[in-house]
Design a protein around this ligand. Structure first.
Ligand code: 4NP
Length: 162
């Protein structure tokens, strides 16, 4: 199959989207599929550019054996054509990325933009809630949703290539 380029997007790019990136990387490494994907993450906001993922998010991921290698960056217009799929964590992120896409017009080759939770199979949620101002459990809930959604996403991508 052609290489699939995936970009996970949240607000700050220090909690949810670096976790999505790490969970998806973990999954494809386990399945020996690393060569088939380019995986990255970005934030719609730029306050944390250059920073590693939030310490609480990294600790929660490490407890599940998942490493979060990402450094924060802000999404840019070129990402809309540089990736095949952009997976947004909540409704604000979705609307902000869709607004960027409108700046480019309806040109061919634009990434498919869709909510991450649309790939959940086991859990039912419309958003991955922002854990930044909450307690420890929020980070666990984010990982539960992301593990479910990443598995569903991978299944969809592998099915679509057949
Ligand atoms: P994230 O969480 O969007 O999942 O990375 C946040 C991180 C930082 C802020 C908000 C959300 N902040 O306001 O600085």
């Amino acid at each position: 199959m052609a290489e699939q380029r995936l970009l996970f997007v949240c607000l700050g790019n220090i909690c949810r989207s670096p976790a999505a990136e790490g969970v998806f990387l973990h999954l494809i490494e386990r399945e020996g599929l690393e060569d088939r994907f380019v995986v990255d993450s970005a934030g719609t906001g730029g306050w944390h550019v250059g920073n590693p993922a939030d310490r609480r998010m990294r600790a929660a991921a490490e407890r599940r054996g998942i490493h979060l290698p990402s450094r924060a960056r802000q999404i840019e217009l070129a990402d809309l054509t540089g990736f095949d799929r952009i997976l947004t964590m909540d409704g604000d992120n979705l609307r902000n990325v869709q607004a960027l896409a409108r700046e480019l017009g309806n040109r061919p080759g634009l990434a498919l933009i869709e909510p991450m939770t649309s790939h959940c199979r086991r859990l039912s949620a419309s958003e991955v809630p922002d854990p930044y101002y909450g307690g420890e459990q929020g980070f666990e809930d984010v990982l539960d949703l992301l593990e479910d959604a990443c598995a569903g996403l991978l299944e969809t991508l592998l099915r679509d290539e057949r």
